[in-house]
Design a binder for this molecule. Sequence first.
Ligand code: NAI
Length: 857
Amino acid sequence: MRGTRGLPRCLYLVPPTSCLVPRLSSLVPRRRMSSVAEIFETMDYGPAPESDAPVREWLARHGDAFGHYVNGGWRAVAADALFDVANPATGKPLARVAQGTAADVDAAVAAARAALPAWQALPPHARARYLYALARAVQKHSRLLAVLESMDNGKSFRETRDIDVPLVARHFYHHAGWAQLLASEFPGYRGVGVVGQIIPWNFPLLMLAWKVAPALASGSTVVLKPAEFTPLTALAFAELAHEAGLPPGVLNIVTGDGETGKLLVAHDDVDKIAFTGSTEVGRAIRVATAGSGKKLSLELGGKSPFLVFDDADLDSVVEGVVDAIWFNQGQVCCAGSRLLVHEGIAGRLEAKLRDRMETLRIGSPLDKAVDMGAIVAPVQLDRIRTLVQQGVDEGARLWQPSWACPADGCFYPPTLFTDVAPSSTIAQVEIFGPVLVSMTFRTPAEAVQLANNTPYGLAASVWTENINLALDVAPKLKAGVVWINSTNLFDAAAGFGGYRESGFGREGGREGMWEYLTRDEARGERDEVSGARPAGVDAGPPPQIQDATAPNGERHRASAAAAESARPWDLGPRPAPLPPIDRTPKLFIGGKQARPDSGYSRAVRDPQGRLLGEVGEGNRKDVRNAVEAAHAAAWARATAHNRAQILYYVAENLAVRADEFAARIAAMTGDGAGAAREVDAAVSRLFSYAAWADKYDGAVHDVPIRGVALAMHEPIGVVGLACPDEGPLLGLVSLVAPAVAMGNTVVAVPSEAHPLAATDFYSVLETSDVPAGVVNIVTGARDALARVLAEHDDVDALWYFGSREGAAAVERGSASNMKRTWAEWTRRDWRDPRTGEGREFLRQATHVKNVWIPYGE
Ligand code: NAI
C-alpha cells in the first residue's frame, strides 16, 4: 500500500522535464552543462500548500466546538466542559471538544445497548450495505478528512491523502464483505455486543476504521473514545455515518482524555474493550477488566527491529529506513526503530543514511513537498527530547542533519544514534519519535538474538537478497508481523497485531473478526466441519436502508405490485401516432454493444405470448469474437480489492434501477412479487462475491520438508456460462459474479426464454467501470451456443445449467481441449443462498497452484 520502493522520494516531486529544458539550454553558452545527477542534487522545491479552507468552513459550521455524538445526535455539553484541540504545526487552537463525564459515557453505552437488538437482527446484507455506505462516504469526503487529519495530528498531508484515508476506505470495504458473509463464514457466532473502543493519536482515523469496521460488521454496537489530542476526524466520521443513515446508537463517539477512557473500561454494560495505545495503559486496562467477563484486545507499543544483512540492496534499505522510522515522524507502533546491521556494511549504510537524512524535508504538514510534519503535541516532543538526551548521556553517538527545523510548532529532526549498547535506554524504550538507533551483528544467529532482545513483539523487517536466509530468520523473530525487504505494509485482509508486551488480538482479516464475535447460544453451535449451513442464512426480508439512492425492499415490492396492477403492456390509448423507438438490444462484446453477425433477431414474449421485445440472435462468429475479447481483458491482474470494488459498483448501479429491473422481470415471467425478490437477491449476491473477492484465500501447507508450500487460488481463464432459464437476472448474476470475482473473464449466454433482464444489464455493466471484455453476453439459442463454447479451444471452462441433453452435449464437446465443465440439469433454487452461492461456485471458478518454498541456511 505504500509508495514505490527503492526510489528517493524527491523523484516524485521533480517538475516535468519540459520545465528543465529552457533552463538547461540557457546555461550552455555560459558554463558547462550540468549533469542530470547534479540537477537532482541542487534543485530546490517551491512550497506546494494544500488549502485548509474547506476544513475551516467545516469547523465554523460546527461553531468550532463539538459535543459528543450519542444516539444519532450531538449531545449538549456545558461550555466549561470543553477543552482546546490545537494544530501541532502552529500551536494554534483548531476547535474545542468535550471532556466526557460519567453521565456522557453512561448515555453512550445505554444508546449502544438499546440499538444492539435491532442492529444484530438485521440480515447480514443490510449491515454490509451500511459498511459499504461508510466506505463510500469516506471516499467521497477523502480530501476533507485528509486535510483535517493533517491539521489535527501534524502528519504530512501527503501521508493522510495517500495512506491513511485510502486505508480507512479499504477497511470499510473489506468489512462490508465480512458483514455480508457473517452467517456462512462464522456459523454459530454473533457480534459480541456493546464494544468500548479507545484509540491513540498517531493514526486517528485509521485506528477508528480498524476498530469500528469489524465491530459493526459483526453486529456489535460501538462507543469509541478518540485520543484527546486528535478527536476531530472521529467527529467528522460520526457526521458521515449520520448522513449515511446509520441507525442511532450503533456508533457513539465520546471525547475526552484518559479519565473518560477509564470510565468506559470500567462500565458494567460494556461487553468488550478494544484498545490501542501505550503498553502502560494497556496493562492498566488488563488489570481493570480482569475477571469482568469483558472480551479484550490490546494493540500496544513496539521497538521493532529492522535487520539488514550484508547482501541487501543498500539503496532500497535506505528508502526502507525512511519509511520505517521517519514515516509519521516515527510515531508508529510498529516503526522500525532499531536498525540492526551486519558489521561489514554498517559504515557504508550509515554514510548513505546520513546523506539521505540531509535531503529530507520537514515543515508545514499541508505542504505537499515535505517528508516530515510535526510531532503531535508538546508533551510528546518533550518526551522525545528527554529520551534523546538520555541516549547522549549513556554514551551513544548522535547525528542529525545540518538543516534546522521550523521554529514554530512541534518539530523534531530525523535522528540517528550509533555506538548504541543493546541494553541502553534508547535501545529498549519506545521513543515514538523520529529517532533511529543502530547496532551491529556478525552472524544471523546474533541478529535474531539482538532482534528479540526486547519485551515487545509487534513487527520486524528483514532485508537480504537471499530468500533462504529471509525465510529462515522470519519464523525466529518474535513479532506478529514480519516484512521481507519491505516495511510498514498494511492491508485490511491481513491481520495486524503483536504478542508479549505489544499486546494480543489481531486487527484486520478473518482473525480480526474473531475479536468481535461470541458464540451464539440462542442458535447453538453448528457443524463447521461438515459445512452445514445455519438456519437463517437466507437474505431474509430486504433491508430497510435509509439511503436515498438505494431503493429498499419495500420500494421494490411496491413497484412490483404496481407493475402487477398496471402492466407495461397495457398501453392504453396512444396520444399521437408516433412509431415506437426501436430498443432492440444487440450483443455485449468487448465492452460494447455489437450487432449480431447473423443479422437476425429473436422475439421475446410474455407468458401470454405477447411480444415484449427482441434480442440479437448470436452465432458461432459472435462467440468467437466474445472469446477473443475475454482473452484480451487483463482482469486476472486486477487486485482482489479492485475486483471487489467493481462488483460493489455493479450492485450499487443495479440497486438504483431495481424497480425497473423488477418490472422487466415481472413482465417476462408474470411473477411480480418474485421479480422484486429476485432483484434484491441479485444485489445481495453481487455483494457476496464482492465480499469473497479478497477472502477466498489459499493456504499454507505443512509439507514434509523444511519449508512451506503456498497453495494459491488462481482464476481458470475464460469461462463460458450457459445460464438457467429460471431467474432471468439472478441466474446470470449467480454465475457471472463468482467467476469474475476470482479473476476470470466470461462469455455468458443468458436465459433463452427471458433474456431482456440480461440485455438491460449491459448498461449496468457499462456504468460500473467493468473493464471491456470481462463480461461478454451473447443472446440466442442457449444449447447451440453452449456447444460452440464447449468446442472452442480458447475457452478454459464451461458452466452449463439447462437440460440433460444439453449437459451431455457440452461434456462431449469439451473433450477437444479437455476443458473443465460443470453441467447440471436439475433445477436449483437460485434465490436461496444455500444453493445459489458460496464456496461451491468459488471452487469451480478457481484452481489451486502449490508453490513450494524450501528454506534454511
Ligand atoms: P496513551 O496510551 O495514554 O493513550 C492512548 C489512548 O488511551 C488515548 O485515547 C487516551 O486518552 C486513553 N487512555 C489513557 N489512559 C487511559 C486509561 N487509564 N484508561 C483508558 N484509556 C486511557 O498514550 P499517550 O499518553 O497518548 O502516549 C504515551 C506513549 O504511549 C507514547 O509516547 C508512545 O510511546 C505510546 N503510544 C503508543 C501507541 C501505539 O500505537 N502503540 C499509540 C500512542 C502512544
